[in-house]
Design a protein around this ligand. Structure first.
Ligand code: SF4
Length: 224
């Protein structure tokens, strides 16, 4: 039953109060980060999919340094599917885990070129059939390129949503469901981008800057 999803996050606070607090947090973050969005440079869903696969365990800035040469050499799924593995590994080496990422890129490109030659897939179920693509990557593409409501649970959203008491689990799929339950769908994508910005700017992993945090008054983890 859908109402049970965020019961764990609600706890003693209660579901209705948690929902109100979540919406207030979303409003404050919207004012603080009005332009928050996808930080990966891309022109269309193919490039964003590739960039998001490369962004695993890597900064967006590093990925943005790598992708211009990558897309110049392999501008579409067909060319990427036929890439020489050694050349591809060399191009993405600096993003880390380059062998696994190169394998995922080729596998995803092969599937795109063979099964989705008529158009880039815009359904979650289809995107999840691509090698190396999980819900986070699929949500990035769906939310950014297709305007579909998407909660994107990256490392920042995972950490900040738990500190804010909006999620009660470390499991990304469950965090996605819990956040979906708290906010209207038309705000999902922007809200997750703003949580990511907040994680980068203020709610750092090691030492959150609670003294300068705009949602400190709404956060149960606020450290004085
Ligand atoms: S008050 Fe501190 S822990 Fe809570 S969201 Fe802000 S920076 Fe993070």
């Amino acid at each position: 039953m859908r109402t049970s999803r965020s019961d764990g996050a609600a706890g003693a606070e209660g579901r209705a109060a948690l929902g109100r607090r979540a919406r207030r947090i979303a409003d404050v973050l919207a004012k603080e980060y009005p332009d928050a969005g996808c930080a990966l440079d891309h022109r269309g869903p193919f490039e964003l999919l590739v960039a998001t696969i490369l962004a695993a365990q890597c900064t967006d800035e590093r990925v943005n340094q790598v992708t211009p040469a990558l897309f110049a050499r392999f501008p579409d799924a067909t060319s990427l599917a036929a890439a020489d593995p050694a050349e591809l590994e060399s191009l993405v080496r600096s993003t880390g885990f380059f062998r696994a990422k190169a394998r995922s890129l080729r596998g995803a490109a092969e599937t795109l070129a063979s099964r989705f030659a008529d158009g880039f897939p815009s359904r979650m179920d289809d995107l999840l059939t691509l090698p190396g693509v999980g819900r986070k990557t699929a949500n990035v593409v769906l939310g950014t390129c297709f305007g579909q409501p998407a909660i994107i649970v990256d490392t920042h959203v995972r950490r900040v949503s738990q500190r804010l008491g909006l999620a009660s689990t470390d499991d990304p799929d469950e965090i996605e469901r819990q956040l979906q339950d708290l906010l209207p769908a038309d705000g999902w994508t922007d809200f997750s981008h703003r949580l990511t910005f907040h994680g980068r700017r203020r709610c750092h992993a090691r030492k959150p800057d609670c003294g300068q945090c705009v949602v400190a008054g709404l956060c149960p983890s606020h450290v004085v």
